[in-house]
Design a protein around this ligand. Sequence first.
Ligand code: NAD
Ligand code: LMR
Length: 328
Amino acid sequence: MKQPVRIAVTGAAGNISYALLFKIAAGEMLGSDQPVILQLVEIPQAMDRLHGVTMELEDCAFPLLHGVTLHDNPDSGFQGAHYAILLGARPRSRGMERADLLEANAAIFSAQGRALNKVANPDVKALVVGNPANTNCLILSRNAPDLSPSQFCAMTRLDHDRARGLLSTQIEVSLADIDNIIIWGNHSSTMYPDLHHATIAGDQPVISMINDQWYKEEFIPRIQKRGSEIIEARGQSSAASAAQAALAHMRDWALGTDGKIVSMGVISDGSYGVAKGICYSFPCVCDFGAYQIVQGLDINEYGQEKMKVTEAELLEEKAAVEHLLPTE
Ligand code: NAD
Ligand code: LMR
């Protein structure tokens, strides 16, 4: 039997968490032979609700769940964590843009970055889901100077899977046959969902199978605004699909993608001319517990313009939280 790994989850009494924790405990993140200890982090006012969730976890009698600990602060909650999934944040409500959440959530992520730096396992992998995810991730990483920027990601996997789903319906092909979709940039309405590299069944280019007008005027805006579409319909933001995407992101990061491209918000190293140091979604492959940005893809003029727009938004967000970023 493997040693249990420690997975810290913030916002653990919230909606996404409620759809996520039970899957992690069932082995869907790290495999059916990997025991886990869940370290659940909340704000003090939510601890009663968190106790309720914990009772339900106990009642499921998951064989892989070797312990659950409850914390009202990140300094104890992140202790020894091998993985950290950061959901805890104020969610967007009707009419709000994700950027409105910037200031409210920035303070949370700087404190959590310091805590990860101090008490987490030195190899911790941290995924930021709480919005605005990319810039929260940047704040987190910059406040953890002893950890590598490559240990931090923001989640754009939900956008990636939304794009796969919508494309599969439109061209009536099986999801399993679709590869190489890419989300570039920010998890916001400026993201660039790119189908120029996408293929069906290994080699058929998607771009030759779709109508350019549908791609530019329907597909791209629909993916960019899917979060809002769900908020309008449900009255609250996506939760089950976000949980599924977080699970997929972490599983792929830890166990590998077998050469397949996934979209991950990572700290830019300057690839594709994107400003260094912002958290930008790139096409990535994962192996041996690490991601690599896929290099050498041709980007046409249309794509380059779109990539610049979302980069500019991330640079603006960064400027707005500069006071929370310790000097490098
Ligand atoms: P929710 O309001 O149901 O839950 C959030 C939880 O976080 C609450 O229980 C709250 O008490 C807790 N929390 C707040 N501040 C905290 C802190 N400092 N430490 C620990 N816990 C804290 O929200 P949700 O629906 O679970 O969504 C969580 C976040 O995920 C939101 O920011 C939402 O916008 C974002 N989201 C991102 C994506 C994505 O694709 N990146 C998708 C869906 C939702
Ligand atoms: C989503 O994409 O569903 C989430 O980021 C929620 C939101 O605020 O759009």
